[in-house]
Design a protein around this ligand. Structure first.
Ligand SMILES: Cc1cc2nc3c(=O)[nH]c(=O)nc-3n(C[C@H](O)[C@H](O)[C@H](O)COP(=O)(O)OP(=O)(O)OC[C@H]3O[C@@H](n4cnc5c(N)ncnc54)[C@H](O)[C@@H]3O)c2cc1C
Length: 385
């Protein structure tokens, strides 16, 4: 897990990303919001910069960043509409890491390089009744000669409307003493029997798309079984989600920093009765709480990424970071609206979008309740050993 990218090279990637976010994307946030779409030229620029494969190893055409570098990048990407990051979030995160960590060399060679240059992969785990607890999933894969036949229905799948590839979790047998009975498959979006539903109408993150995906007697070859064994599916999902939680925590810090910057700029200039509102101590208290949350979140994310890279903690710290940072971003965004007064409730003001965008961070890749359960149960289990 050491990085393939030197510090110097990484600093350049980071500076380029920061420049792209702040000069090319921030000025177009309202356009993204109004059109519910990231403009094609920004998508193209992100591809050219390697952002569709920044966490994919260099051997397969990616930039090869490790998680400690990933979180620095995520803090920059979080500074604008979260839809930007979402375009390539599944490639580098939940979907891509299943292939990177668990795919065979053949599977990696076939899919990772195209993904690094812009092919979109989606992670299809969630179903109705199987979200927080994926072991309840009902999508089935049944052997038929040397093929598999997949049937089932997934929901809320990020990037499904534009996906070329689905990483699909399906039950191959009931859970037993040997494991959860969940395998994971590579299913091309154009395979016969794959149907992508209409785009979901969401609360926020305009420009980031999700939809249902159904699999109706989809026939895929044996080589599409990730890792070549039925037994990696559940573990692949858990490891990929744990890693993703550190990234989401970093994203939360990035957007909280933006909410803070917007709040400070507004407080310093907007006046009431001729006095800048930032001169009122109760407004300063709100800024202080925002700043404290951002600083604490950033330190926690960096420490958590370090523990992941060294292998010291890949269970408790990722959940603690996601729990703290996403809740913190929610509070910071709420305070940002408060600092802006009535203006903060208006569509054209960035903090209104941020308030809606951050709400999702406490839900996906494990709700805050699920993070608490992971942290608490692991602490008790360790003590009982
Ligand atoms: C915009 C968006 C994008 C998404 N993208 C993807 C994607 O790309 N791929 C994918 O597979 N999924 C995706 N998801 C699904 C997401 O991960 C789930 O929605 C999430 O994990 C919660 O599952 P659920 O919706 O079934 O809610 P539930 O699990 O039904 O949760 C409802 C409530 O019950 C609580 N709860 C559930 N179980 C417990 C428990 N054991 N103890 C205490 N409380 C509990 C939850 O914390 C929550 O408060 C996405 C969701 C959204 C909204």
């Amino acid at each position: 897990m050491t990085s393939e990218v030197s510090d110097d090279d990484f600093q350049q990637i980071l500076a380029q990303t920061r420049h792209f976010v702040r000069t090319a994307v921030v000025p177009r946030e309202q356009e993204i919001l109004a059109a519910d779409r990231v403009p094609d030229d920004l998508r193209e620029q992100a591809k050219q910069m390697g952002l569709f494969g920044y966490a994919i190893p260099q051997a397969w055409g990616g930039l090869g960043l490790n998680l400690a570098q990933d979180v620095e990048l995520a803090m920059e990407l979080g500074y604008t509409s979260l839809a930007l990051r979402s375009m390539f979030g599944t490639n580098n995160g939940i979907a891509g890491q299943v292939l990177v960590g668990f795919g065979t060399d053949e599977q990696k060679a076939q899919w990772l390089e195209p993904m690094a240059s812009g092919l979109v992969a989606s992670f299809a785990l969630t179903e109705s009744g199987a979200g927080s607890n994926p072991s309840g999933l009902r999508t089935k894969a049944v052997r038929d000669g040397s093929d598999w036949i997949v049937n089932g229905q997934k929901r809320f799948i990020t990037n499904a409307p534009v996906a070329d590839l689905f990483i699909v979790f399906a039950r191959t047998r009931p859970a037993d003493d040997d494991g959860a009975g969940i395998a994971v498959f590579l299913v091309p979006a154009d395979a016969a029997g794959v149907a992508v539903g209409a785009k979901d109408a969401k609360m926020g993150q305009e420009g980031a798309w999700t939809s249902d995906v159904s699999f109706d007697d989809v026939r895929i070859p044996d080589g599409a079984l990730i890792g070549g064994t039925e037994d990696v599916g559940y573990r692949a999902a858990m490891v990929s989600l744990a890693r993703g939680r550190v990234h989401i925590a970093a994203l939360a810090v990035g957007i909280a920093q933006r909410a803070l910057d917007e709040s400070v700029a507004y407080a310093a200039t907007a006046t009431q009765g001729g006095t800048p509102i930032g001169n009122f101590q109760l407004v300063q208290a709100m800024l202080a709480d925002q700043q404290t949350g951002v600083l604490a979140g950033r330190a926690l994310v960096r420490d958590t990424a370090r523990l992941w890279v060294s292998g010291e903690d890949r269970r408790i710290a990722p959940s603690a970071a996601k729990l703290y940072c996403t809740e913190m971003a929610g509070k910071v965004a709420d305070l940002a609206v408060q600092v802006h007064g009535g203006s903060g409730y208006m569509r054209e003001v960035p903090v209104e979008r941020i308030y809606r965008d951050v709400r999702l961070l406490r839900l996906y890749e494990g709700t805050s309740e699920i993070q608490r359960l992971i942290i608490g149960s692991n602490l008790v289990r360790a003590a009982q050993k």
